[in-house]
Structures are given as structure tokens and as C-alpha cells.
Design a protein around this ligand. Structure first.
Ligand code: ASP
Length: 334
């Protein structure tokens, strides 16, 4: 099953669930998710590890193989996500991504380094490798976030190539969408997914990255959680890291990735911390039935966790030469 199909199926499941009986309580969800937490957690510290959102195997394996060669975590993840940014068939990042409702493909990305530095770009057009560009902002400017035309112009000064991101396939899909222009972000689970990747290298240093085109057919100028520090991504090399995917507006309102890292700092496992961050969203009311949010996290021991609101979210893990796709536990089991 390809990723698009997979996510569509998730949407259907979510829609079915929305008409069902009321959601189980947070307490029950905690109990039921413990088994999955064990499957998503490694007990002995790995030599290196890379994890990423969804079934992004080629990107995560690329990162893992670089880590195996002793590359720093930051290099490994930027090169890892570049694989999917360059993949025209992936409609959610880089070239070939789904445009906004006016037909512009605009990309968001951010990175955090083991020393706590951060760089991001938002609403960038014509540049494929926006994660690498976010790193340039972090390392070669006095700023941390650059937007739109300014970010694009900066990219050219750094040697990035101008490339049209709207491919014939993404243009065709957009024109098809225009016929109804039916935009319902609350239930369009299939219209969003992001590559978030976290890695720990052989020196035990942790870095993270997030790259996305955001919500498909979003309003022009809309920015999601992915490029925003603490929401889409947070890394604290003393504690661990977390990255989010799904309905960015909800992640932003709960500063989700920062929350996950702080919960780990206070002693929670990555799994429990992801669960608690999801609970902060679902306890606001029943609206969660209409959208997906998921977190993945790792701590300094290389233990990992993942949790989502709805069924259908998976995490890739590459550890000590082995790649695994881990099905995430989820909240809405009603
Ligand atoms: N979180 C991203 C955003 O809202 C989209 C996604 O992860 O699917 O822009």
C-alpha cells in the first residue's frame, strides 16, 4: 500500500470513528497504549538511531546509513529528508508537493542542532531542499526564521537552484480539486503529512528536522507547526527530541514538541510523553475526532515512542543496521 492510500484509509477510519460512541478516557488510553509503548521502545542503548514520521523508509534508511558511517546527526537527517524532498511522487514535501488553493507550492522546514541552535524557512517557493536551506539560515545568518521571497533570495546566494515545484501531476490534481474547491481541513486527514526526522549519532548527539508543504490546498500564506520551534520540532540534547505531524494548527496551540521534551525531562518515557501531548489536544473537546495529530520522540538513551489521535500513523526506525516500520498506538479507540 502506498503512503497516499494508507493515509486515505486512515481518513476513512477516522470518519467512521467520528460517528461512533464516545471516546475512551485519557486514563484508559494510557493503559491500553502500554503494550505499543513497549514495542516502540528500545531497552539497550543503540549505537545510533534515526526515526521518522510515516512510512518514509528511503529517507530514514539514508539517514541511518550515514549515522552508521559515523556522520553527525545533523548531516544525516538533512541528507535523509533530501531523498524525499527530491521525490516527485511524494506529494507532501519538496518537488511535486500539493500546492495551496491558488496553485503555489510553498514549503516550510526547520532544523535543530545538538547545541540547541535552530533555523527555519516558511512559505518558500522554487527551492526543493528547504531543510538544507533552514540549516543555512541557522548557520550562516544572524536570524533564525526567514520567510517567502527573502528566504528564496537568500537560497540563491547560497547556491540553491531555482526549480519549479508544481509538477504536471500535482498541477493536474490541483485542477481537479478546483472543480469543487471543497476545503475542509478539519476532516481532510489525507491532505497532510510531513517528514519529521530525529537522529542520535555514534557520539550520542541528537538533532532533528521537519520538512513539509503543509496542508494541501491551504490558504495562501498559511504557515503550520512544522517550521515553528517547539511546535513541529524540539531538540534538547540533554534530554531528547520530538517532532509532530498532522493538523498543524492544533500542534501550535499546545506547543506540542516542546511539551513532549519537557515531559521527558521530568521523567516520562518518550512513549508516555507523546501520549500526554496528544491528551492535551483531545481533552479540549470532541473536535479531535475530525483531525489527526501524531508525535514521535526519542530520549538520550535512544528509547523511542510514538502516539497519534487516530489509527493509521506509523514511524520508521533505523537502528544498528535494521529498518523497521512501527505502527503507532492511538487515542481514539471508540
Ligand atoms: N503539520 C503539517 C502542517 O500542519 C502537516 C502535516 O504534518 O501533515 O503544516
Amino acid at each position: 500500500m502506498n503512503r497516499r492510500k494508507f493515509i486515505q484509509n486512515t481518513a476513512l477510519t477516522g470518519a467512521g470513528i467520528a460517528t461512533g460512541v464516545s471516546a475512551i478516557s485519557c486514563k484508559e488510553a494510557n493503559t491500553t497504549s502500554t503494550k505499543a509503548s513497549n514495542t516502540a521502545t528500545t531497552l539497550s542503548k543503540p549505537n545510533y538511531i534515526s526515526i521518522s514520521t510515516w512510512d518514509t523508509e528511503s529517507a530514514n534508511t539514508a539517514s541511518g546509513e550515514l549515522l552508521a558511517k559515523g556522520k553527525p546527526a545533523l548531516d544525516a537527517i538533512i541528507d535523509g529528508v533530501a531523498v524525499e524532498e527530491a521525490n516527485e511522487e511524494n506529494t507532501t514535501v519538496g518537488i511535486g508537493a500539493t500546492p495551496d488553493r491558488e496553485g503555489n507550492v510553498t514549503l516550510d522546514a526547520c532544523v535543530m542542532s545538538p547545541d540547541g541552535d535552530y533555523g527555519a524557512v516558511v512559505a518558500v517557493e522554487n527551492i526543493v531542499h528547504v531543510a538544507a536551506l533552514a540549516r543555512k539560515v541557522m548557520e550562516d545568518t544572524p536570524h533564525v526564521i526567514m520567510a517567502s521571497k527573502g528566504a528564496e533570495e537568500f537560497a540563491y546566494t547560497q547556491g540553491f537552484k531555482k526549480q519549479k515545484l508544481l509538477t504536471p501531476a500535482s498541477e493536474k490534481a490541483w485542477k481537479e480539486w478546483l472543480k469543487t474547491s471543497n476545503y475542509q481541513p478539519a476532516i481532510n486527514v489525507e491532505n497532510h503529512d510531513t517528514i519529521g526526522m530525529l537522529a542520535m549519532d555514534t557520539s550520542g548527539e541528537i538533532a532533528g528536522v521537519c520538512t513539509t508543504s503543509g496542508l494541501g490546498y491551504k490558504m495562501k500564506g498559511r504557515v503550520g507547526d512544522s517550521p515553528i520551534i517547539g511546535s513541529g520540532l524540539f531538540v534538547d540534547n540533554e534530554v531528547g527530541a520530538a517532532v509532530a505531524t498532522g493538523m498543524g494548527e492544533e500542534v501550535l496551540k499546545t506547543v506540542g514538541s516542546f511539551l513532549v521534551v519537557e515531559l521527558m525531562r521530568n521523567g516520562m518515557s518518550p512513549q508516555k510523553a507523546c501520549e500526554e501531548a496528544i491528551h492535551r489536544i483531545v481533552k479540549k473537546g470532541d473536535r479531535y475526532k475530525d483531525f489527526q495529530v501524531a508525535y514521535i520522540a526519542m530520549n538520550k538513551n535512544g528509547e523511542t515512542g510514538s502516539y497519534a489521535i487516530h489509527d493509521g500513523f506509523t514511524m520508521m526506525k533505523y537502528q544498528d543496521g535494521k529498518s523497521e516500520n512501527i505502527k503507532s498506538d492511538y487515542f481514539n479507540k471508540s
